[in-house]
Design a protein around this ligand. Structure first.
Ligand code: AMP
Length: 175
């Protein structure tokens, strides 16, 4: 199973110059989707993970399945204004634009072991904001896992430089 071949590239979406790596074609392939969940979980199988934190929205589709496989809970990290309880907020820059992420202030109890998950890491702006939010909750971040890495944009290295073990299943050249 070559996961990379199941990911479709759409040029100039959502703006000109972006090569959009579309993981919906991986997800609709049952074998590829299952293989991606197994591979994403592999480093964490024996670590007794408490929670898997997924970043809205495409991160949810992998983080939820991972949480169930790891016997862990699921924590949503959402765009501003979506979570109903008390939240921590963090602004961040995207490859295209800027935004705010939030997490429920009581989502993590004490020093729980958490894995952070998103579909794709580009500049790392989104994931760095998610790491800052998880650290505000007191979580112990034991790893960050991504389906796709765009190495030329340097995001994965930024997360590793924050002292977090990183994994990505597939890499694409360029933006
Ligand atoms: P970044 O904050 O630059 O690491 O961007 C990561 C977020 O933006 C992820 O949640 C992705 O879903 C989305 N994203 C950024 N660039 C791309 C791309 N080239 N193809 C698909 N999604 C992207």
């Amino acid at each position: 199973m070559n996961l990379k071949d199941t990911i479709r590239t759409i040029p100039d979406f959502p703006v000109k110059g972006i090569m959009f790596r579309d993981i919906t074609t991986l997800m609709t392939n049952r074998h590829a989707y299952h293989a991606s969940i197994v591979q994403l979980c592999q480093p964490y199988e024996d670590l007794k993970i408490d929670n898997v934190a997924g970043i809205e929205a495409r991160g949810f589709t992998f983080a939820g399945a991972m949480a169930d496989r790891l016997g862990a809970g699921f924590v949503p990290i959402r765009k501003a204004g979506k979570l109903p309880g008390d939240v921590y907020s963090q602004s961040y820059d995207l490859e295209y634009g800027s935004d705010i992420l939030e997490i429920h202030a009581d989502a993590i109890r004490g020093q729980e072991k958490v894995v952070l998950v998103d579909d794709l890491i580009a500049t790392g702006g989104t994931a760095v904001a998610a790491v800052k939010l998880l650290r505000k909750t007191g979580a112990k971040i034991v790893g960050a896992a991504f389906v796709v890495n765009l190495p030329e944009l340097g995001g994965l290295k930024k997360i590793a430089a924050m002292g977090i073990p990183v994994t990505a299943l597939v890499s694409f050249d360029g933006h």
